[in-house]
Design a protein around this ligand. Structure first.
Ligand code: ADP
Ligand code: MG
Ligand code: MG
Length: 881
């Protein structure tokens, strides 16, 4: 046949491989029938019919009716029952099912085929009239709402009325007569509301239900679900018509759902719920509390597990579950029904699970030889590892939400509220924990952010300073909690009628964006065991190395702990983060004589050398890429107003001079301003200072650790080959001088970032003097698009919402534009320097889709924030599969 596929009696026309046509449900029912498992016989109408239906103004294909009649005949033979029959009536369910599971989004009709006569027959044949009439009223109710589109509350009201009238507390107390009364009222209500009688002809019922299931493909919730999960409308749904089995036949009957493993932990063994004497929709409706399947699950609840109430059926279920898991080589989520002691399987599909369980299961299956290691790697979504790398709030504690913001940096942290970075440091010094609460943060808050356990800002988005820095530090952060107000003068945080003062304890959940009252217990990430095994397997097959973006010792240590193979980006400007250093930098900017500058540079060099030495010692000979000072200088001047006054007083300077300098340095568009290599050309003595500090640290680290350090000095924002050459020459002169002073040899590399289109275009010429390239894809994206990341949210969100673009180019590399520049630069660079090292250090270096692209253009490494290193290791491995 063309449209219809029969299954049952140990045979099936379809297989599990036909999910595109039969939907996941239909294909797996066919597969289960082939395996000889107890599946109620049925047939599946292929999803092609759905496409046909919508392409032809809701008309069904001509030949479908004949095919469905043929399939019904087959069903009657397989079950020995007759559709519309008056002795042994064949009842069916009409079920939806798409290629990807869309749980609860599409419609289903159960108990179809019942009418005023067949209900009598069912009462006779089952010997249980209450069950028969209950099934009939369920059918009418479902049909009326799904097919006729009537409001379900109409029917609930009727049941409530009838129960009251006859003094019944629960549905189960109603007799066949009571249900008969309910049914009579249902029919009247339908005739009134719908203007037509409830259909008695099973054929008519069947086609009504088939059309309704096809129609549910376009219902608003299904449309929204598809949009959210990128499911194309063209897939359509299949329709499965299946003979009914009954879990509501009384004692010895039940319905339930079983997972082959615990979906939260991944522990092997059956896990799930069941309801005695119930039909499928009772489990979902939440009207009754389901019971656990196993004794392990009971956990003091006092509920009787299926393992004890139906021991034989339970063992049978366990055995089928294992068979299904071994057959599909995946954890399964199984729907089952027990009809008077006989077990039936109604559905199986790959089970949804937590990140932790996913790893557990994949590793266990690979170790058992059920799947290959590469398959285990493929099954883990790298982004999901994020959940495992940070502490999380214990799942079973009560949460009092006092505010909400953007989930800017994942993880949970508890501490006392502090409103200034100084307080955060004081608390830390006395061994207390704090949450830094600010309208927004600036570079001057870095020390406070370090000292605090978590950060909460009332302004700013997910790319604000607080968010970006917190992510880099791996600290939980909530940004833009707009409903909370800080009153700095009173030193209080006002939120929804509550006033919190400094010292009050709160918890921030940076994963959900919730601000919670009080201290909540957290669970620590588990990085050993299965996680470690998976990472090992990833390391075995990946080609690209993974480095980290890090400048502080803490970050470098974290990065190494997560398996980083070097530092791909040390942002030296971030090393000017404590008071002493910011002050030195400001004095340098404000100095008006060469002598004064030289004096300041000398003191800076001592500090920088100490910084580099510490990093080299931690990294023990692994590559360290150090980027020369990058941002525009004015960012480091005190802010106008009080901060300027305070600074002027502290250093004994006329505040006017600072204001003047700020004005001189003011730029209309600092992102396109005097920064990167441009600063280096304007202030070459600053480059000399940094280079000297690096080389001295190299020699000292070599002496201390015995490990050879080969620093990679990186010049940012290069466009002209000659501006790079200008800076490189200065660095080479400093290197020669230090080598002579120390009478020692230093190996080092000098390279460029590729973050401007001109650099990509001139990459062959630049590579003549540049020994490595590192793609700064944040700036390269800004400069390729001509947009500023800081305000791009204003319109990019609109673009995403309106479907003008599919992905935010600051999250995933724009392969067609920015990617083209990268590929061009890689090829041109290699044309003049075949052994040039190629890496990426933009935030894209931690994004799995971008990492896959980096593999295709042959980069040697990716560099990302320390907490993304495991994600990058896995993504780099997947990129080779
Ligand atoms: P969904 O895709 O929303 O889960 P299903 O088609 O799986 O919808 O149907 C929902 C529930 O209806 C099933 O879990 C099962 O309990 C019940 N059901 C469906 N078909 C039958 C059947 N032939 N016999 C008994 N129960 C059924
Ligand atoms: Mg289902
Ligand atoms: Mg840059």
């Amino acid at each position: 046949t063309d449209w219809v596929y029969i299954f049952g009696g140990g045979k099936a026309e379809g297989t599990a491989r036909d999910r595109d046509r039969l939907g996941g449900k239909g294909a797996n029912l066919a597969e289960m029938a082939r395996l000889g498992l107890p599946v109620p016989p049925g047939f599946t109408i292929a999803s092609d019919v759905c496409r046909h239906y919508y392409a032809n103004g809701r008309l069904l294909p001509d030949t479908l009716e004949r095919e469905v009649e043929g399939a019904l005949d087959a069903l009657e033979r397989l079950t020995g029952k007759t559709f519309g029959g008056e002795t042994e009536p064949l009842l069916v369910s009409v079920r939806s099912g798409s290629r990807e599971s869309m749980p609860g989004m599409l419609d289903t009709v159960l108990n179809l085929g019942l009418n005023d006569r067949s209900v009598e027959a069912l009462a006779q044949s089952s010997g249980n009239p209450a069950f028969a009439y209950d099934s009939y009223r369920r059918f009418i109710q479902m049909y009326a709402s799904v097919v006729m589109g009537l409001d379900p509350s109409l029917f609930e009201d009727i049941i409530v009325r009838v129960k009251k009238r006859c003094g019944a507390a629960r549905d189960g107390d109603l007799t066949a007569e009571h249900w008969g009364a309910v049914i009579a009222e249902y029919k009247t209500a339908i005739a009134d509301e719908y203007g037509e009688e409830f259909p008695q002809d099973p054929e008519e019922q069947l086609w009504g239900a088939i059309r309704a299931v096809l129609g549910s493909w376009m219902n608003p919730r299904a449309v929204t679900f598809r949009a959210l999960h990128n499911i194309p409308e063209s897939w359509g749904t299949a329709v499965t018509v299946q003979s009914m089995v009954f879990g509501n036949m009384g004692e010895g009957s039940a319905t339930g759902v079983a997972f082959t493993r615990d979906p939260a932990t991944g522990d092997d063994g059956l896990y799930g719920e069941y309801l005695p004497n119930a039909q499928g929709e009772d489990v979902v409706s939440g009207m009754r509390t389901p019971h656990p399947l196993t004794r392990t699950q009971v956990n003091g609840s006092g509920l009787v597990p299926m393992e004890d109430s139906m021991p034989v059926t339970f063992q049978e279920l366990r055995e089928y579950a294992k068979r299904l898991e071994n057959h599909f080589r995946e954890m399964q989520d199984i729907e089952f029904t027990v009809e008077a002691g006989k077990l039936w399987l109604l559905q199986t599909r790959d089970g949804k699970r937590s990140a932790r369980a996913a790893i557990r299961i994949a590793v266990a299956m690979a170790e058992k030889g059920l799947i290959a290691k590469t398959e285990a790697l493929r099954r883990i979504d790298p982004a999901s590892l994020e959940q495992l790398l940070h502490p999380a709030i214990s799942p079973d504690v009560e949460r009092v939400v006092i505010g909400r913001g953007l989930p800017a940096s994942p993880g949970a942290a508890t501490g006392e509220i502090v409103f200034t970075s100084e307080e955060a440091e004081q608390l830390r010094a006395s061994g207390r924990k704090s949450i830094l609460v600010r309208p927004e943060t600036s570079p001057e808050d870095i020390h406070g952010m370090h000292a605090a356990e978590g950060i909460l800002t009332t302004h700013g988005g997910t790319t604000s300073h607080a968010a970006v820095v917190a992510r880099g530090m791996g600290k939980p952060c909530i940004s833009g909690a707009g409903s909370m107000r800080i009153n700095a003068e009173k030193g209080v945080l006002v939120t929804g009628g509550r006033t919190l003062k400094s010292g009050d304890v709160i918890t921030v959940d940076g994963t959900s964006g919730e601000v919670l009252l009080g201290a909540l217990p957290t669970v620590q990430p588990e990085l050993s065991g299965d996680f470690a095994t998976l990472m090992e397997w990833a390391d075995e097959i990946r080609r690209m190395k993974v480095r980290a973006n890090a400048e502080t010792p803490e970050d470098a240590i974290t990065a190494r702990g997560f398996g980083a193979e070097g530092i791909g980006l040390c942002r030296t400007e971030r090393m000017f983060n404590d008071e002493e250093r910011i002050r030195a930098l400001r004095l340098f900017i404000l100095a008006d004589s060469v002598e004064e500058r030289d004096r300041i540079l000398e003191s800076m060099q001592v500090m920088q050398k100490a910084d580099f030495l510490e990093l080299f010692e931690i990294m023990r000979g692994l590559p360290v890429t150090i980027r020369m000072f990058d941002p525009p200088l004015h960012e480091f001047l005190p802010r106008p107003g009080r901060e300027t006054e305070q600074f002027a007083e502290a250093v004994g300077m006329d505040p006017e001079r600072i204001r003047q300098k700020a004005e001189d340095l003011h730029e209309i568009n600092p992102m396109l301003g005097n920064r990167g290599v441009r600063l280096a050309v304007c202030y070459p003595e600053f480059v000399d200072m940094q280079a000297r500090a690096i080389f001295q640290a190299v020699l000292e680290a070599g002496e201390k650790t015995g490990e050879k350090v080969v620093p990679e000095i990186m010049v940012p924002l290069v466009a002209y080959e000659r501006e790079f050459k200008f800076v490189k020459d200065r660095i080479d002169v400093v290197a020669a001088a230090v080598m002579e002073e120390w009478d020692a040899k230093i190996e080092y590399l000098v390279g460029t970032m590729i973050e401007l289109p001109r650099a990509a275009i001139r990459a062959d010429r630049i590579a003549e003097s540049s020994e490595f390239f590192s793609f700064g894809t944040n700036d390269l994206t800004q400069s390729t698009f001509g947009i500023s990341r800081d305000d791009a949210g204003l319109y990019l969100n609109e673009y995403l919402r309106k479907g003008v673009i599919d992905r935010d180019p600051f999250i995933t590399i724009d392969v067609e534009g920015v990617g083209e520049f990268m590929q061009m630069a890689a090829e041109r660079g290699q044309s003049t320097r075949p052994d040039i090292t190629l890496g990426i250090c933009g935030e894209h270096g931690g994004d799995p889709a971008s990492i896959a692209f980096c593999e295709t253009i042959g980069l040697h490494y990716v560099s990302c924030s320390p907490y993304r290193v495991p994600i990058a290791r896995l993504a780099a491995a997947q990129a080779t599969l």
